[in-house]
Design a protein around this ligand. Structure first.
Ligand code: ACM
Length: 760
């Protein structure tokens, strides 16, 4: 974590001096492969015109509509701007383009329409941001003379949107597609079916529209809030086939392929509500009203395959995409285990178990789609029980599935929840709107590298690209879609397009200009770049580091809980803390407060800033504050486990030794554990404490139950009537173990989340 923040600091101090500042007005996202600025400019105004090669009519219409430049038709040599299809430039990729600005005019060349389209996107970013609102120039402008030679790193650059948990009108889907196009993304993964709603019209099965598209009510608040409460309001909607066609056409004009996802065999309760005969029980089923994964899944009967094939025939008719996403994730096996039909089928087909049955299911769907000339994408669970022969794997539960699939010579799309889940929190500020959980600030997303070092050069060729996912349990309207997606999707776009040599400071500088364009487009993006981030670390005692990503900002702070003003202490370097304080820090540009403040309540206790060692390390993404975060005097959020105070252990135990440095009296120990069963986070059952003078033999001083709570945080305190003494304190908290079948994430290892260990 600290190194990421240092990047921001380095930028504050040094960015002005990098060669990039020479081309200050040239802020293109994603960063082009090669950009050479020469001297001089070329003028454009409202009367400027453009010409284009035959075959570029669609791109010409798009360009004219966005810029108001006069369309001079094909081959008008006197035009200012020339969009040209040109087969003589030895392109490395069908999406390569060149953009030249010289004293004669502006030239976009590519072998392909897609390349010309991307050249247009770069040119748009050389125009004033207001063009994105006004759709024409309001004044004469000077474009710097330059040459760009550009092509993408990955062929697959995508964004996903879940329209099933919440439904967004077709006009909003088009806005989203427009934004993807401005990012040079080329895939829109449209998540159309779920337990909570079926959103695509299928003519052969009208009950999908009548029944599956609507739920009777929706969960209020977070799934982890107990008891569950509902809003009592019918909710739903679906896209008619005419709307789908119109969206696919709109995307195609923007060089975006729409990949539909029809979930199977799991996430299918909404379909079962309409067609209960496709399930393994007699039902009845209803469209799910709360979040999470249903146990009610398709039963692999002939009737079910008939239904799915008929659905997929209509889907293929609507979507020209080579890929059809068939889901494959999170299919609980409870119903299949209970079903005599499934157990017989396992025997008859000589399958190993229910995972084998899942592979059989996916394999049949794959071969049906292959027969129709299409290929499947499935979430990484399709690896379990054996991959279907031609399947592409979308790696979401971290990167392991992607690595495994590439090793098996299967194509892979990387969308790990460690970096690409844009429904996770992007800020740990308390005002942040409700999100599913996790913590993925822009800097973490930007740091993602899709080619894992474990892959050989040959294996890495199977990595087609990268995608950001926007699941919408906690995103009820399109404005919030934009808030969650951007600018983190902007970072994903750059990961997909630009080289692996990234510079976060430089990205932020260009992002500032991109945000102005998004302002002009009316995009409700999230800007946390000016927020102050506070983090602690140990360096001969407890130290606090403050940072902000805002260029030229000054951070001021107080230690008494008051809001800093222009007269408060300026942060220069680390702050040493040796007592209980309430630190508040805020950024200023001149005298103006910018961004949101950081607050850090430090409760200085006996374990604060003492050495701690762990037997099992926490997951990298849930240990952003380092393992010392559990002895830094700062409590984690009561609502969110993703902040840097919590340590998350996936399936492993928490076993720590705190070294007080000298024999210390221990009267009381407080432990805090997070409970979020919807996110697979389970409270531990027991905790054990031992003490030692020398760190060799330990004397057990307490072995006790953790207890339970209906809140999200369990605080367990042990008090000793006779104080204990020792230099070393050992804490052993076994992980809950595997999640029971039938619960969210059943069969997977539980997460254990631990934060501050307060010793008094
Ligand atoms: C997923 O997030 N269940 C793919």
């Amino acid at each position: 974590m600290r190194s990421i923040y240092f990047l921001g600091l380095v930028c504050l101090m040094a960015c002005q001096n990098t060669p990039e500042s020479k081309t200050q007005s040239i802020h293109i996202i994603p960063k082009p492969l090669m950009l050479t600025e020469t001297s001089g400019t070329y003028s454009l105004d409202v009367k400027s015109s453009f010409t284009y090669s035959a075959g570029l009519e669609s791109e010409a219409d798009y360009f004219a509509a966005l810029t108001g430049f006069v369309n001079a038709g094909e081959s008008d040599t006197n035009s200012d701007i020339h969009l040209r299809l040109n087969s003589s430039n030895n392109a490395q990729s069908t999406e390569e383009y060149t953009l030249k600005v010289n004293e004669e005019g502006i030239y976009i060349d590519s072998e392909n329409n897609a390349g010309v389209f991307y050249g247009i996107q770069s040119l748009l970013q050389l125009l004033p941001p207001e063009i994105f609102k006004d759709k024409k120039l309001n004044k004469s402008i000077q474009i710097p003379q330059l040459e760009i030679v550009d092509s993408p790193r990955f062929a697959y650059r995508g964004m996903h949107l879940d329209v099933s948990r919440h439904y967004f009108p077709a006009s909003d889907i088009k806005k989203y597609i427009d934004l993807l196009a401005h990012h040079k993304m080329n895939k829109f993964h449209w998540h159309l079916t779920e337990d909570q709603g079926w959103r695509i019209e299928i003519k052969k099965y009208p009950k999908l529209q009548e029944i599956s598209a609507f739920r009777k009510e929706t969960l209020v608040g977070h799934y982890n809030d107990q008891p569950h409460q509902f809003d009592g309001k019918k909710y739903g909607g679906y896209y008619t086939q005419d709307e789908v066609r119109s969206i696919v056409k709109y995307a195609t004009e923007r060089h975006i392929t729409v990949i539909p996802e029809i979930e199977l065999p799991g996430h299918s309760q909404a379909a079962l509500a309409a067609y209960p005969e496709l399930g393994c029980t007699d039902g009845p089923y209803e469209v799910m009203t709360k979040w999470g994964v249903s146990n009610e899944v398709y039963c692999p009967k002939e009737e079910t395959f008939q239904f799915l094939e008929n659905v997929l025939l209509e889907v293929m008719d609507l979507f020209p995409s080579q890929f059809i996403h068939i889901g494959g994730d999170e299919c609980p096996k409870v119903r299949w285990k209970e079903s005599a039909f499934c157990q017989n089928l396992i025997k008859k087909e000589n399958l190993k178990d229910e995972h084998g049955l899942q592979s059989y299911f996916i394999g049949r769907i794959e071969s049906f789609l292959n027969t129709h000339g299409r290929n499947i994408i499935g979430w990484d669970e399709i690896l379990e029980g054996g991959l279907a022969p031609n399947a592409t794997v979308m790696s979401w539960r971290g990167v392991a599935g992607g690595i495994e699939a590439a090793k098996q010579k299967h194509n892979v799309i990387m969308t790990p929840n460690s970096h690409c889940y844009l429904d996770y929190y992007q800020s740990d500020h308390e005002d942040e709107p409700l999100a599913i959980g996790g913590f993925l600030p822009l800097s973490t997303v930007y740091s993602y590298e899709p080619i894992d070092p474990e892959l050989t050069t040959e294996q890495s060729k199977y990595v087609l690209g990268v995608q950001g996912n926007v699941w919408t349990e906690y995103i009820p309207d399109y404005k919030k879609v934009e808030y969650m997606a951007f600018p983190r999707a902007t970072a994903i776009a750059e990961i997909g397009w630009s080289t692996s040599k990234k510079d976060y400071g430089n990205f932020l500088e260009r992002l500032g200009s991109f945000m102005e364009r998004m302002n002009a487009m009316g995009v409700n993006y999230a800007d946390h770049t000016a927020d102050v981030k506070a983090s602690t670390y140990q360096d001969a005692g407890l130290k606090v580091n403050l940072s902000s990503e805002k260029m030229g900002a000054v951070i001021r702070y107080t230690l008494d809980g008051s809001m800093p003003d222009v007269n408060s202490t300026v942060y220069e370097d680390q702050i040493a803390i040796d007592k209980t304080v309430e630190l508040v820090a805020r950024s200023f540009v001149g005298t103006e407060k910018v961004g949101r403040e950081a607050k850090l309540d430090v409760n200085f206790h006996k374990a604060t800033a003492k050495n701690i060692s762990l037997i099992h390390m926490p997951a990298e993404r849930y240990s952003k504050g380092g393992i010392e975060a559990v002895v830094n005097g700062v409590k984690g959020s009561d609502e969110r486990y993703g902040d840097k105070e919590w340590l998350g252990f996936n399936g492993t135990d928490f076993e720590a030794i705190i070294d007080f440095g000298q024999s210390t009296e221990v009267k009381e120990i407080q432990m805090r554990f997070f409970k979020g069963e919807g996110q697979w986070i389970y409270l531990p059952v027991t905790m054990r404490f031992s003490i030692s003078d020398h760190g060799r033999e330990y004397e057990e001083i307490m072995d006790t139950k953790v207890g339970d709570t209906d809140k999200k945080v369990m605080s367990s305190i042990v008090r000793f009537t006779n104080p204990k003494y020792g230099r070393y304190l050992k804490i052993e908290v076994p992980n809950y173990g595997n999640i029971p079948e039938g619960k969210q994430g059943g069969g997977n290892p539980a997460w254990l989340f631990v934060d501050e260990i307060v010793v008094n």
